[in-house]
Write a protein that binds this ligand. Structure first.
Ligand code: FES
Length: 117
C-alpha cells in the first residue's frame, strides 16, 4: 500500500492505490483538527485552485497532470512542482506540502504562507 506524507505536519498515511491526494489530505487534516485548504473547493472542476499542493517527493508516483489541471495551474502561475489535490491520485510513495497551513502557522507563530503558489 503506498503512503503519502503531508508537510509541514509530518503526517504519513498508508492509503489504497488510486486514492486522491485530497481524500488523503482530508483524513490527515482530521488527525490534527486543522483545515488544510482555505476557501470552498470546486469538487475537482479545476475552477477554485484552493486544493493546490507542492509535491516535494514522488511526483512520478502520482497520476499524470490532466489538461484541465495544467490550465488551472498555469493560470495560477504554479510551476511543475504543484498539483491539484483533487486530481492527483496516489500510485506510489509521495510527499506533499500544504501551502497554507492555517492553524499550524498560527500555533507555531510562523507567518502565514501564501494562499497560492
Ligand atoms: S477542488 Fe477546485 S481545483 Fe481542486
Amino acid at each position: 500500500m503506498p503512503h503519502i506524507t503531508f508537510l509541514p505536519y509530518e503526517i504519513r498515511l498508508d492509503v489504497p492505490r488510486g486514492t486522491s491526494v485530497l481524500a488523503a489530505a482530508d483524513e490527515a487534516a482530521e488527525m490534527v483538527d486543522d483545515d488544510f485548504f482555505i476557501g470552498e473547493l470546486c469538487e475537482g472542476r479545476h475552477e477554485c485552485g484552493n486544493c493546490v499542493v507542492e509535491v516535494v517527493e514522488g511526483a512520478d508516483a502520482l497520476s499524470p497532470v490532466t489538461d484541465s489541471e495544467r490550465r488551472l495551474l498555469d493560470r495560477l502561475g504554479a510551476g511543475a512542482a504543484f498539483r491539484t489535490a483533487c486530481t492527483a491520485r496516489i500510485h506510489g510513495d509521495a510527499t506533499v506540502r500544504i501551502p497554507h497551513p492555517v492553524k499550524h502557522a498560527e500555533a507555531s507563530g510562523e507567518a502565514r504562507m501564501q494562499a497560492h503558489p
